[in-house]
Design a protein around this ligand. Structure first.
Ligand code: PMP
Length: 292
């Protein structure tokens, strides 16, 4: 595998960053997870926009322009002969000293890993996921905007561990007030009383690219939809629920905190959206310059 480190394609064993990089020492950096389908990079420009917005919010200068980064992503996938895959793009504050201040970090680091995707097993798309609510809360706006996709994922990791301790693969994270925010690495939607709902981003949901695609599909398919705060009660009494994320795509949820939702099987609307989503991924995004 070839990894792109600051624009150079190097063998994966040689793809290293310094122990003095503030991305490692302090989680000072931002990242994206991106998918390629059928030789095209899905919603690449949306991911780049979010990356550059996250960087701007933390006063991090990305060392190359957005257009150049776009080329570097495509080039990295091509160098690894990947038509379908997952891209991890990371920008860090770079090498500094042991102090917190980024002032001594003169050059920012970026790297791009293009690999095969490790999905939820197919069974969950057919049968649905059982998830739980966990004690660890989503980041609060007053501390650090949860819209920033930063290298600080520790509370999401704690939530993931708490989910695992209870035998679940994903977890609902709440706001301080007890509203549903999102999951540890996915956004959440519920269908309740004929209306599709997802929490508004001001409650702490990431502006998910997949979330956005599902919102577009809901409009196109004329499904009543709102970004609206809701609680665990609304989830328990919903007819359907599903999660969205670049890696997960659209995955049904059939049980939350021991309560079966609706029929206890993936719902009709969820199945319709999964099919519609898969169709959208077929011809969307810039082409990977694969040879031959
Ligand atoms: N929420 C969080 C906290 C995430 O890390 C992710 C995945 N990057 C998502 C939601 C889903 O966002 P997207 O659809 O852009 O992958």
């Amino acid at each position: 595998m070839l990894v792109n480190v600051n624009g150079k394609l190097v063998d994966q064993d040689k793809a290293v960053v310094s122990v003095f990089d503030h991305g490692l020492l302090y989680g000072d950096g931002v990242f994206e997870g991106i998918r390629a389908y059928h030789g095209r990079v899905f919603r690449l420009d949306d991911h780049l926009k979010r990356l550059y917005d996250s960087a701007k919010a933390i006063l991090l200068k990305v060392p190359v322009s957005q257009a150049e980064m776009r080329n570097q992503v495509l080039r990295t996938l091509a160098a690894n002969h990947l038509k379908d895959g997952y891209v991890r793009l990371v920008v860090t504050r770079g090498v500094g000293d042991l102090g917190l201040s980024p002032d001594r970090c003169k050059e920012q680091t970026y790297f791009i890993i293009a690999d095969k995707i490790n999905l939820y097993p197919e069974k969950y798309y057919r049968e649905g996921l059982e998830i739980v609510t966990v004690p660890t809360r989503r980041n609060v706006n007053e501390a650090l905007s949860p819209k920033i996709k930063s290298l600080n994922y520790l509370n999401n990791i704690m939530a993931k561990i708490e989910a695992g301790q209870r035998g679940a693969l994903e977890a609902i994270m709440l706001t301080q007030e007890g509203y549903v925010a999102e999951c540890t690495g996915d956004n959440i939607f519920i269908l309740r009383r004929g209306k599709l709902l997802t929490p508004p981003c001001y409650l702490g949901a990431l502006e998910g690219v997949t979330r956005e695609v599902v919102m577009e599909l809901a409009a196109k398919l004329k499904i009543p939809f709102a970004e609206e705060p809701f609680t665990r009660y609304d989830v328990y009494t919903s007819d359907e629920a599903f999660l969205t994320g670049t890696a997960a795509e659209v995955v049904p949820v059939v049980k939350v905190d021991g309560r079966s939702l609706g029929s206890g099987k993936p719902g009709a609307l969820t199945k319709r959206l999964i099919a519609a989503f898969r169709k959208v991924t077929l011809g969307d995004g810039p082409k990977i310059p694969l040879k031959g």
